[in-house]
Design a protein around this ligand. Structure first.
Ligand code: KG4
Ligand code: ZN
Length: 346
């Protein structure tokens, strides 16, 4: 028996199979970066069409590589939101067809819950209550979790996500896409204190974030230095300093969230959680507080099918399935399943 996980919320098709203990058997990803690159961003119609082309063959390949047959599927987990509606619909329709054909439950998964569930792929001993920082190309949010699947929103970005400002900086610096891993590598040979970029929205009176001002600061810096061509030798310093501004705010607000909530541990997930500097700084900060830190291995931080299958397995164990009426929900919020109203006072 196994759980099939399907993720098509944006420009990556991801499919994975987990055994009944939650161990990934096979996990495949098809990226569409090359298709969208020339348009300077994801084109929703092209994304949906590509998902349709690859999803069937990918499921077949995952089954083959795992040595399993489709008939052994015990549940199908699929991302229902948030994301691009057309892209989500491809995964949702595919999952419903498999569920109907095999007469097995379909488990609807929130993409953010998927990211958080990646920490359970290799362990199950997460201590609750926990604060969860989900930090990716589309999201930067802090939740208080009283247990698996129980979320209370503490703060979120008011404008750009952290990954988005890393990607935009890399584009301004003509470094390519996605920018996060490129800046991460470059920053290793730079001095994070070399250039003083602003720490936007640093006040701990709020656990919300705001990162868009940082892009403007970089643009002004580049203009002042005479453009990108003039600063090639400075790239490691720029990468390290810019990244540090983001890391400082993410670490300070996550630690503040731990303090005000009295949580026992911190979960960090999402593509930016793969960042080596952020991982090291968060480990230092939580160790100083004597609290546990749970971060998925880097390959399970960025979008993948295993995290969706894991979230599905956890909800399936709780008996939470959907009827075949389920639909894509492009604006789905995670704290729909919240503990209570309002945010804790700071
Ligand atoms: O979770 P993800 O794959 O997709 C979303 O749900 O958004 O995250 C993608 C984001 C991109 O912005 C990418 O630049 C960033 O994660 N990212 C990183 C690293 N690896 C991926 N950011 C910083 N350092 C990394 N090593
Ligand atoms: Zn994601």
């Amino acid at each position: 028996m196994h759980v099939l996980g399907i993720e098509t919320s944006c420009d990556e098709t991801a499919v994975a199979l987990l055994d009944e203990r939650g161990v990934p058997l096979c996990d495949l990803l098809t990226s569409q970066i090359d298709l969208h690159e020339k348009f300077g961003g994801v084109v929703p119609e092209i994304a949906s069409r590509r998902h349709i082309e690859v999803i069937g063959p990918m499921v077949r390949e995952v089954l083959e590589r795992s040595g399993r047959s489709l008939k052994e599927t015990q549940a199908v987990a699929v991302t229902v939101g948030p994301g691009l509606v057309g892209a989500l619909l491809v995964g949702v329709s595919f999952a419903k067809s498999v569920g109907y054909a095999l007469n097995v439950p379909v488990v609807p998964i929130n993409h953010l819950e998927g990211h958080i569930a990646a920490v359970f792929l290799e362990r199950s001993e997460v201590t609750f209550p926990a604060v969860a920082l989900v930090v990716s190309g589309g999201h930067t949010s802090l939740f208080l979790m009283s247990g698996p699947g129980k979320y209370h929103l503490l703060g979120r970005t008011l404008d750009d996500a952290a990954g988005e400002v890393l990607d935009k900086a890399a584009r301004m610096l003509s470094l390519g896409y996605p920018g996060g891993p490129i800046l991460d590598r470059l920053a290793r040979s730079g001095d994070p204190g070399a250039i003083s970029f602003p720490r936007p929205y640093r006040s701990l009176a709020s656990l919300d974030f705001s990162f868009s001002g940082l892009k403007t600061a970089l643009r002004h810096y580049l203009t002042g230095r005479g453009g990108v061509d003039a600063i090639q030798s400075e790239l490691p310093q720029i990468a390290a300093s810019y990244q540090e501004a983001i890391v400082d705010v993410l670490v300070e607000k996550s630690l503040a969230a731990l303090e005000v909530s009295g949580a026992k541990s911190l979960i960090m997930a999402g593509g930016v959680a793969a960042n080596s500097r952020l991982r090291a700084r968060m480990a230092e900060g939580t160790a100083r507080m004597g609290l546990a830190l749970f971060i998925p291995p880097p390959r399970y931080c960025t979008d993948n099918g295993a995290m969706i299958a894991m979230a599905g397995l956890m909800r399936y164990r709780e008996g939470e399935f959907a009827s075949l009426e389920l639909n894509a929900e492009p604006d789905l919020e995670l704290f729909c399943q919240a503990l209570s109203e309002g945010r804790p006072a700071l």
